[in-house]
Design a protein. Structure first.
Length: 116
């Protein structure tokens, strides 16, 4: 009986796992099909109404510009914060810390540029 359980339980588990994975794939595929249908419907509606299409385009441009401005503001705040931090440091530590911070920024910028 124990041998049967040792053989049967793993078999049932693996079969159940395979069934659940297949069900997940089917669900994901259905979601993709629904998304595609919604996109096609939206595109058709936009083609029917050029004014609405232009309005969405302009709103999207405004949104992207605002996100870029937000990023610029964040960078400027980081820069000002760094300056403030350095202004508060004791004189004997400033050079050493500047070197370490520069190393960090150099490596981060290099990895960022590699990803582009």
């Amino acid at each position: 009986m124990a041998d049967l359980e040792e053989t049967l339980v793993p078999l049932v588990r693996s079969t159940l796992s395979e069934v659940l994975q297949a069900e997940g794939l089917v669900t994901e595929a259905m979601r993709d099909l629904v998304r595609d249908e919604i996109k096609a419907y939206m595109k058709a509606k936009l083609e029917e109404d050029p004014a609405l299409k232009q309005e969405i385009k302009e709103a999207l441009e405004m949104y992207l510009e605002s996100r870029a401005k937000e990023m610029l503001a964040t960078v400027r705040l980081a820069k000002a914060g760094t300056k403030m931090s350095f202004a508060m440091l004791p004189e004997d530590l400033k050079d050493e810390i500047k070197e370490e911070v520069l190393k960090i920024f150099e490596s981060e910028i290099a990895s960022f540029l590699e990803r582009m």
